[in-house]
Design a protein around this ligand. Structure first.
Ligand SMILES: *[C@@H]1O[C@H](CO)[C@@H](O)[C@H](O)[C@H]1NC(C)=O
Ligand SMILES: *[C@@H]1O[C@H](CO)[C@@H](O)[C@H](O)[C@H]1NC(C)=O
Length: 200
């Protein structure tokens, strides 16, 4: 993930809640969690990557789960639900560097236009983001050139994340096999590296 810009924004402003948030936490992990929450720095991270949406062929990663009785008769494909485990890559080519997966459920939930609801987790597998996740929950109107979907949380490096995804269709190699989507993600989160600065 080469194109990651990181800007420090400022210190955690939750100081007023420390006694309440940090009390009653017994286990060591919970202690570390609360200390990083209460005392870590908040920062913003920008990620840029591509999603390989393989809907057919031998390497398929998207499958239908269900359809409504009117799905096939509507241009919006309303009522179709799919599950996916798509490869996330640094570049647009499927063989470019793997940086993670996008796993979850999407569905067509607009009667009148092709618009997805997304309920997916981005699972990162490279570098300092390895093992960290971001949860994306929102509406993705596929016919719009540029779409915004909200990031509602995260784990690991992205603990307490909130932010947004800007996505656009990069290319449709074959509508029945592969589409590639470009993703730019901006998230506010607490800095794991700031843990090093803590006097635990
Ligand atoms: C499927 O994946 C294999 C292994 O990565 C690759 O060699 C092959 O070219 C892929 N096939 C298609 C149709 O993309
Ligand atoms: C990511 O983390 C897993 C589990 O800790 C590890 O097995 C893997 O080698 C790591 N990958 C990279 C690229 O660091």
């Amino acid at each position: 993930m080469g194109k990651i810009g990181t800007v420090f924004l400022g210190f955690c402003s939750l100081a007023i809640f420390i006694p309440w948030v940090c009390s009653g936490l017994k286990e060591e992990e919970e202690k570390i969690w609360s200390q990083s929450l209460c005392r870590g720095k908040e920062k913003v991270t920008k990620l840029h990557f591509y999603l390989q949406d393989v809907v057919g062929g031998p390497n398929r990663t998207v499958y239908d789960v269900a359809k409504s009785e009117i799905t096939d008769s509507l241009p919006s494909e309303f009522g179709e639900v799919l599950v996916l485990d798509n490869l996330v890559t640094a570049g647009p080519e499927p063989e470019s560097k793997k940086v993670g997966r996008m796993q979850g459920v999407v569905g067509l939930s607009d009667l009148h236009e092709m618009a997805l609801f997304m309920l997916v987790n981005l699972v990162f597998t490279e570098g300092k983001f390895n093992g960290s996740t971001l949860s994306v929950l929102g509406r993705n109107p596929l016919n719009d050139k540029v779409r915004e979907v909200q990031v509602v949380g995260g784990t690991g490096v992205f603990r307490m994340a909130r932010g947004y995804v800007i996505t656009r269709t990069h290319s449709v190699v074959d509508a029945h096999i592969l589409s590639v989507y470009e993703y730019t993600v901006v998230v506010f989160h607490f800095d794991e590296e700031a843990m090093d600065l803590l006097d635990m």
